[in-house]
Structure formats: structure tokens, C-alpha cells
Ligand binder design. Sequence first.
Ligand code: FMN
Length: 326
Amino acid sequence: MEPSLQTAYAGLTLSSPVIVGSSGLTNDVDKIKDLELAGAGAVVLKSLFEEQIWMDTQSMLEYNDSVEATSYLQSYVQANNLKQYTDLISRCKSECNIPIIASINCYHADSWVSFAKEIEKAGADALEVNIFKLATNPNEEWGHYERLHVSILEHVKRETNLPVIIKMGQRFSNIVAQVTQLKANGAAGVVLFNRLYTPDIDIETMQITSGSVFSSGEELGNTLRWVGVVSGQVPNFSVAASTGVHGITDPIKLVLAGASAVEVCSAVYQQGVSVITEMNSAMKDWMKEKGYRNTSAFRGILNFYNIKDQSLYERVQFMKYFSNHK
Ligand SMILES: Cc1cc2nc3c(=O)[nH]c(=O)nc-3n(C[C@H](O)[C@H](O)[C@H](O)COP(=O)(O)O)c2cc1C
């Protein structure tokens, strides 16, 4: 019998754990149909950005910056951006069969998240919340950054009954404790990790420039470690992997480490949609060879909880690495 790639993720049923991450790949129905045809288990739509709405409002306000004008324009820009977004969700729902996960990108926990209600009405299957903020303020109260994530989650959950998935950065002192808090406050899952644009410096012009927008395969190890640790330490909770998934056998490794879903983005930009088909075939071939009929039979068998020697996910690797390099 052909092995099944069917997977449960954040209350959804996916035909494959390989899903496409939020990006320009998922901002148009025709592109999404191609991703579905290639075998994507779901797509996360391009984010609706809080910052973009703020910037659009500011650019329109150049010559007219009274308080009334600001507030009027802000509601206008919000309504317009939201309408385009909910139209995209409705079209995807009528023309595709895979789950459609909407995405909002925010950095404040205020009424902005009322958008979630409209997103639910438009038919989205779940909502990924991409929290895009770095802790750089020395005067901020200790723990503020961690609490902000929980507070945004609470605000969003007040607006919607959709499964809410938090796409996290990795700049927490204790990632496992943070995920535990998100689970306790009703998150349906987490994505590890959001990838921030990295800065570079041009030493000729002495300007800050931007590093590569795409990840590299070398970034997979960090994702693999935290998927393994979090899925082992926070049981019965959906974890999706994101960042550095390029090789066609990478999704197998991530499911072994405990991932319920594996988001791909840079790999699809660089290798085309066929990489999704190849990842699905590689997983099926491997499952046949190992005798697994479905993904739950091997999900997490190599996570932090299930392996005998937990230090394999920790520091021992560091010592081995350096002692082998004279
Ligand atoms: C061109 C581009 C646009 C992106 N836009 C978004 C976005 O709108 N919202 C979001 O949450 N992530 C966005 N991302 C981040 C990806 O969803 C993903 O988390 C990141 O690229 C790491 O995954 P990867 O290694 O598979 O590329 C974008 C990435 C790229 C390359």
C-alpha cells in the first residue's frame, strides 16, 4: 500500500506536511493553484503588514497631517488593504482545495488585530501571526518582549475562533518556556522560526546594506535543534519548521524531530515549485523503505524527549566537533 503523507497540524488536516511559507509566492490565486498542483499540503498567504499600513498612511499624509486627517486616512488605508486581502482569501477558498492559512504581521498588541475577524469571515482556515519585533530598548521592562507575544495572541484570540499559530523569532532567553506560555494561552501551534532580514555593511560606501533575503541550507541545523527540543518538551502541540529547508530529504528529518508541518520558501524561489513534488516523493520513498505507512508513525521519534542521550541536541556536539578538528 502507498504510504500516506496526511498530517494533522494546528487543527487542520494536510495532504502533506510540506507547506509553502508566507511570501510573494503566496500572494496570488494562480501561483497558489500551481503550489497545490505541485503537492503543497497548505499555503500561508503573504502577510498583511501592520507596518505597511502605517507607512502607506504616512506617505499619503505628506501634505496634510492634522490628527483628523491621520485618523481618517488610516481607516481608509486599513479598509482598502483589508478588502484586497479578504478578496484573495475568498478566491483561494473557491478555487483551491488545500487549507489556506492567512497571515498578519504585527508589532503592537492593540485594536489593529480586529482584522482577524474579517479574515475569518472571508473563509481562512487558520491564522498565522508573524510577530516582527526585536528587543533593542534598554529601558524596556525585563520580560516585556516575552509578554508582548502572549498579549498579541490574547488580542487576536478575542477576535476570532480560527486556530491561531504564532510565527516566532528566536531571540528569547528560553524558547521552550515561551512556547509553553503560548500553548497555555490558546495558541494552536508555533512556527520555528521567522527569519529576519539581516544587515550587512558596505565598507566602501560605509552604508548599512541588507544581507541575502533567501536562507541557505546551512541554517537548517538550528531549526532542526529547536523543533526537536520544543516538540519533546511541549507535548501534544503543533510545531512547524521554517528556515533553511532546502534539501529534498529535509522534511523527513524535521518530521523525525517532531515537526507537524514544514514550511518552504527560499527553496521554492530558487528551485521552483517542483521541489515540493520532489520532497513529497522523497518522503514516500523513504517511508516505503523503512516500512512506515503514515507520518504519525515516525513523527517525533527523534525528538528531545524520545532520544536516549538528550545531550545530542545540546553541548556535547560542540565538544566533539572541536576535539575532531586538531
Ligand atoms: C521574498 C520573501 C518574502 C517574505 N514575506 C514574508 C511575509 O510576508 N510574512 C512572513 O511571515 N514571512 C515572510 N517571509 C519569510 C518566510 O515565510 C520564511 O519564514 C523565511 O524565508 C525562512 O524560510 P526559508 O528558509 O524556507 O526561506 C518572506 C521571505 C521571503 C524570501
